[in-house]
Design a protein around this ligand. Structure first.
Ligand SMILES: Cc1cc2nc3c(=O)[nH]c(=O)nc-3n(C[C@H](O)[C@H](O)[C@H](O)COP(=O)(O)OP(=O)(O)OC[C@H]3O[C@@H](n4cnc5c(N)ncnc54)[C@H](O)[C@@H]3O)c2cc1C
Length: 381
């Protein structure tokens, strides 16, 4: 067993950390207030080559591994969870094109998506079906050389700025999860609209909106993967998404810990820095322990993916733990800062609002605990 990162991975971490400190952290509070994804920052990610870090070189990527992608997520989230989420959602759409796309689809879509010249979004959730993904109601009907899509998608990250959308839609409604297919839909297609923009609690520097399909006609060749195999496409995509979200959680919690540790050394009470009080030290210790555990689980899930091993369970465990750790760490960071922690003058309250998403998006903690519980009982029972 080797926990040591390669020289390239260490260099990547250093580069992304510096990028996040310089370009993201100073802007994160303003993004939160503006409730808007800043496109100039997206461009900076493009220029830094971060969009394509783990994609093959033949499509313009850097050809690094999934562990490297997770490092990028962790470090970006230290500067801005909103920007990490933007890239995570982009990868959710690009990853299935890489793994399930036809050679023509890969040639047509991947170069612009891997470079980040075009932003992408992954659309599974609907107003009436989130956790119950097999219960989606949007429909696609084959009509000659086209598919005609109708329905609504909800809470879609990157909806609006994205130019390419991977949408999961029912193609055989009688068959439940086995009657879903995924399609590539381009912005500007007649009948495809961007709907209500969400006014979110956190991650407000990311774009979230509804999508509408109204007799939206797309070419037959935009079917992604086999017909009625879309549930599998979506679930395998989410395994990596959850791994990335776990790394985001470790990064975000790491940012909260840093603020708390610094403040604890500066703030005086009863004639000494509060860092000398055991109550504060214990909170800081629990933060550090949780973050390390969450990071290791996220890295293990990514490592298993790179090794070609099953990793759905590890990805789910990593996400649940990282979401719990991020929530507790951000809450305790507010506590370490006392009254100041409760104001917008310091970042932990924003971090806490950002962290809450980690318990909801890409599988709620309840659903993932069910998945982990069921598979553990099956293994051991
Ligand atoms: C900011 C943001 C960004 C998002 N980005 C995307 C995106 O890019 N693409 C996309 O497709 N989706 C996206 N989502 C949607 C997200 O994945 C869903 O919100 C999530 O899966 C939960 O679905 P839901 O909101 O319908 O909640 P519901 O499924 O209605 O769940 C409500 C509550 O019931 C619980 N629950 C449901 N079923 C069970 C059960 N069987 N047992 C126990 N508890 C249960 C849930 O855990 C939850 O607590 C995003 C959401 C947010 C908030």
């Amino acid at each position: 067993m080797d926990f040591k990162l390669s020289e390239e991975q260490e260099l990547l971490r250093k580069t992304v950390r510096e990028f996040a400190e310089k370009e993201l952290a100073p802007r994160d509070a303003a993004m939160d207030r503006a409730n808007e994804l800043p496109l100039d920052i997206v461009q900076k990610l493009v220029d830094a080559g971060l969009f394509g870090v783990y994609f093959p070189e033949e499509y313009g990527g850097a050809g690094a591994d999934s562990v490297s992608a997770v490092i990028v997520m962790e470090e970006l989230a230290k500067g801005s969870a909103s920007i990490a989420l933007t890239l995570d959602a982009h990868w959710l759409a690009v990853d299935p094109i890489l793994h399930f796309g036809t050679p023509e689809q890969k040639k047509r879509f991947l170069p612009d998506l891997v470079s980040g010249n075009k932003l992408a979004a992954f659309a599974l959730t609907e107003p009436a079906a989130g956790s119950d993904a097999a219960g989606i109601q949007s429909r696609a009907v084959k009509d000659g050389a086209s598919w005609v899509l109708n329905g609504t998608k909800a809470f879609i990250t990157n909806a609006g700025p994205a130019e390419v959308y991977v949408a999961a839609v029912k193609t055989d409604p009688e068959k439940g999860a086995r009657g879903i297919s995924t399609f590539i839909v381009e912005k500007g297609t007649p009948g495809f609209t961007i709907g209500k923009k969400e006014d979110k609690m956190g991650c407000r520097g990311s774009a979230t909106a509804e999508l509408g399909f109204s007799d939206c006609r797309i070419p037959a060749e935009n079917l992604l993967g086999e017909e009625n195999n879309g549930f599998r496409v979506a679930m395998s995509t989410l395994d990596f998404g959850r791994t990335c979200v776990a790394a985001m959680g470790a990064g975000l919690a790491g940012a909260a810990l840093k603020v708390a540790a610094k403040y604890a050394q500066e703030r005086q009470a009863f004639g000494q820095p509060i860092a000398r009080f055991q109550a504060i030290q214990f909170m800081i210790a629990d933060m550090a322990i949780g973050i390390e555990a969450a990071r290791l689980l996220a890295y293990e899930a990514a490592w298993r993916r790179d090794a070609g091993l099953p990793y759905s369970k590890q990805a789910a465990m990593a996400k649940v733990l990282a979401a719990d750790v991020a929530m507790k760490t951000c809450r305790d960071a507010i506590q370490v800062l006392g009254g100041y922690g409760y104001t917008r003058d310091y970042p932990p309250e924003r971090y806490l609002r950002d962290a809450k998403l980690l318990e909801i998006g890409e599988g709620t903690s309840e659903i993932l605990r069910m998945v982990i519980g069921t598979s553990t009982i099956k293994e051991l029972g």
